[in-house]
Ligand binder design. Structure first.
Ligand SMILES: *Cc1c(COP(=O)(O)O)cnc(C)c1O
Length: 539
């Protein structure tokens, strides 16, 4: 449904889209024969403005596909609500610097032949109501398969990256005489949701109105009471996986009777490494970008050069912050970054739980905090979080510098995950299926300080690769104890472990930065991920 190609092409809202983009980038580098299909989302996700008191304003983020890609001459039609909806396709070549190429097809219904409402189907990413979402998913799934066929792609495997695209299985059934086994043999499904409430479902009343497909067959594979796209994808694919080991375990409990495997997400090495570290890695571990396993040799790099690269990345971030907000951050002060979609389970304000304690810590060892992230227009809780951060900023004024950067994007993510000293993540387990921004931090020697959820359960070696907040997912403690331990860890580790290490033992800190590179980045990347998909899921 979404893809993060670059900051100028606003067809993504968060980690799911950036992951799709990284999958494309790694596949091109590795010459994995893959074509990606998504919606053109002409009005983008949203351009975020924030007023002085923290109120998010959402402006359209319109972009012009013709500026970045070419229109293909082929069109296809799908039946929606009894009408033929025409679909055309934009074609974007992602070319790897090492020679591979992956095409990306962006489906577009904004054609004169279509009724005015239908022209808007591919306008807004995750826009509006459930009926609109269903129309989008018909275009993506059914239209996507038809378009690939019209363009003469010979597809052997269809990989559904989350359930949004799972209506594609209906078109595959139709093409194969309604033989579900044949269709399912071609499909691979990756689930990204850890809880049932987060899955896309539609009432059969709406489905019958919108979709031209035998309803009994649909109910057999997509659920009796409501059409559940996750269930449809599970039933209609021969391989299913979660996106981290812990997420595999949650998913296995959620989906009894299905064999859920695990392929941990990753980030694209070159894209998420700052220019300073790119140059350093090129010098000491030539070929690292296409063989990130080489990063295990990070020990060859002298500490001073690691520190120097970090200081430069931090200075570049501080310059950008000054330019966009007028705030002057102190390059000497330990800087904590927190940036991701602004939504409840990410708990962006957890660090402000005890302001007196935070101030006390800051008097001993100064800190400064950088935030960024957009809330979905319908997510009132997410918008409230932004307001709350602004209020905390005001209450801490004169003591702790807190900055909120508007309009989070891939560019901003790259700058933040390379320019801060500590990358904080405090999701409410088990909601963070994987998370990937902490992996970006690791490529830049930025230390993770996070709740043990998603990928961090695998990535964290306490005190070696970073630090954990709260108990692990398997520890048998009550939710209440868990919350209490999270806060204890957050403040105690900051005060007694992280800050003293940063301020008084530069060599020890740099040593841990190397651990982040050599023990996290070498493995948690999308090259490893795509090689695993190729050998474990596609073949
Ligand atoms: C990497 C990335 C994310 C994912 O961040 P998480 O902390 O893993 O949720 C979200 N948005 C953008 C723009 C990113 O680049």
């Amino acid at each position: 449904m979404e893809i993060g190609l670059s900051s100028d092409i606003p067809t993504y809202s968060g980690g799911l889209g950036v992951l799709a983009g990284d999958a494309v980038r790694s596949s091109a580098d590795l010459r994995i024969p893959l074509v990606a299909v998504t919606l053109v989302s002409r009005k983008g996700y949203l351009r975020q403005k924030i007023t002085g008191d923290g109120v998010q304003q959402e402006l359209p983020d319109e972009w012009n596909p013709a500026q970045y890609m070419r229109l293909l001459p082929r069109t296809v039609t799908v039946r929606i609500e009894g009408r033929d909806v025409h679909i055309r396709a934009w074609f974007h070549d992602h070319e790897s610097p090492v020679g591979g190429l992956v095409p990306v097809i962006l489906l577009d219904t904004d054609m004169e032949e279509n009724a005015p409402d239908d022209r808007q189907i591919t306008s807004y990413l995750y826009g509006s109501d459930s009926a609109y979402r269903l129309r989008q998913e018909i275009v993506l799934g059914i239209g996507g398969v038809k378009m690939l066929k019209a363009l003469n792609f010979r597809v052997e495997r269809y990989h559904m990256n989350e359930g949004h695209s799972s209506l594609l299985t209906l078109e595959l059934m139709r093409m194969n005489g309604y033989d579900a086994d044949t269709a399912g043999d071609m499909c691979v499904f990756t689930t990204h949701t850890p809880v049932a409430a987060a899955m896309d479902t539609f009432s059969y009343d709406d489905v019958e109105k919108a979709l031209d497909f035998p309803i009994d067959t649909l109910k057999k594979y997509g659920g009796e009471d409501r059409l559940n796209l996750t269930l449809l994808a599970l039933n209609m694919s021969k391989y299913h996986n979660g996106v981290a080991k812990a997420h595999q375990e949650y998913s296995q409990k959620l989906f009894h009777g299905y064999h859920i495997r695990e392929i941990t997400n990753g980030v694209h090495p070159f894209t998420w490494t700052s220019p300073e570290f790119q140059r350093l890695f090129d010098r000491y571990m030539h070929g690292w970008a296409n063989e990130p396993e080489l990063l295990v040799r990070v020990g060859k790099i002298p500490n001073e050069e690691i520190w120097d690269a970090h200081v430069k990345a931090k200075a570049a971030l501080i310059d950008d912050v000054h330019e966009s907000t007028g705030v002057t951050l102190d390059p000497e002060v330990l800087t904590i970054g927190f940036a991701r979609r602004a939504t409840g389970y990410k708990r962006a304000t957890l660090i402000f739980s005890d302001l007196d304690r935070l101030k006390e810590i800051n008097r001993k060892w100064p800190i400064q905090l950088l935030f960024s992230g957009k809330a979905h227009p319908h997510d009132e809780g997410g918008k409230q979080l932004i307001k709350d951060i602004y209020a905390f900023r005001d209450r801490l004024k004169g003591e702790i510098e807190v900055v909120y950067l508007e309009n989070y994007s891939m560019d901003l993510a790259g700058k933040l995950t390379s320019g801060v000293d500590v990358w904080l993540n405090t999701p409410l387990p088990p909601m963070e299926a994987s998370g990937t921004s902490g992996m970006k931090a690791a490529f830049n020697g930025v230390m993770n300080f996070s709740v043990l959820d998603g990928w961090w359960v695998e990535g964290c070696v306490e005190g070696v690769t970073g630090w954990a907040i709260g108990p692990g997912p398997d520890e048998p403690v009550t939710e209440e104890r868990r919350r209490a331990q999270e806060l204890r860890d957050l403040y105690n580790k900051l005060e007694y472990v992280i800050l003293p290490l940063y301020y008084s033992m530069e060599d020890e800190w740099t040593h841990r930065m190397k651990n982040a590179i050599g023990l996290i980045a070498y493995y948690f990347n999308s090259h490893v991920m795509m090689r695993r998909y190729a050998s474990e899921a596609y073949l």
